[in-house]
Design a protein around this ligand. Structure first.
Ligand SMILES: O=C(O)CCC(=O)C(=O)O
Ligand SMILES: [Fe+2]
Length: 233
């Protein structure tokens, strides 16, 4: 795994401010991705399995991890959080929202716990042919962190076809714009969970963002999602 501190955080931060997402190339090695895919079938790591069609979330399956998280994931969650907290604080500040994100992940988690959000939201997802994930926001209670990430564990074009990552950006009084991305195995995509600020003529306003996955045409596609806030249940 690449050292998180050595990544180009200035560039990533600019992308998040300007576009609401940022792609980081090749953070995990092929082996690390394969290990995570293998662990999909080891029940000991998970607290809950969701069959997506049952909830009309799409077609596929995902599993929520339980605490304690595997060391690699805990490390990523803590180290990336500290890089994103300043971005999140800037967003809340310009939008006049009274929410401060502490510099250290542990202290943010305390905020979640005070609101009874104590369950992990870190998840691993698996989609086969026809699999997809309908457009959504990952909100699990009052407390939310405005940026999350997905680690791509499968290789597009080799392991699966289709299955693009889709972001929609909804500006007030306009239709939604779609952004379609196809990151490679080992890449990390950071993106907006709920809304981000955009500068207008009269100050900043909110644009809402949702994400999902287009239909997988063939093969299988695995991803790992790290959401920073915990869940009520
Ligand atoms: O499989 C994907 O690319 C999307 C996963 C997702 O919705 C999430 O991690 O929140
Ligand atoms: Fe999601």
């Amino acid at each position: 795994m690449k050292e998180i501190d050595t990544l180009d955080w200035q560039h990533i931060t600019e992308d998040l401010h300007n576009k609401g997402y940022g792609l980081i190339d090749q953070v995990l090695s092929k082996d690390e991705c394969d290990q995570l895919i293998i662990s999909y079938n080891e029940p000991v790591h998970y607290r809950k399995t969701i069959v997506m069609e049952r909830y009309r979330f799409g077609l596929g399956e995902y599993k929520y991890f339980q605490y304690p998280l595997p060391a690699v994931i805990q490390h990523l969650r803590e180290s990336i959080y500290s890089k994103l907290a300043p971005v999140a604080n800037k967003w809340m500040q310009v939008l006049n929202i009274n929410q401060h994100y502490p510099a250290v992940f542990r202290d943010f988690q305390t905020q979640c716990h005070e609101k009874h959000q104590t369950k992990t939201t870190v998840l691993i997802l698996k989609y086969g042919e026809g699999g997809h994930n309908t457009l959504h926001k990952d909100l699990y209670g009052d407390i939310f962190f405005p940026i999350q990430l997905v680690i791509f564990l499968s290789e597009p074009g080799t392991d699966y076809e289709g299955g693009e990552f889709v972001l929609t950006q909804q500006t007030p009084r306009a239709q939604s714009k779609a952004i379609v991305l196809k990151p490679k195995k080992g890449d990390i995509l950071l993106f907006t969970t709920n809304f981000k600020p955009v500068k207008g003529t009269k100050g900043y306003y909110r644009v809402n963002m949702k994400h999902g996955v287009s239909e997988v045409q063939s093969g299988s596609r695995y991803t790992l999602g790290i959401i920073f806030h915990d869940a009520l249940s």
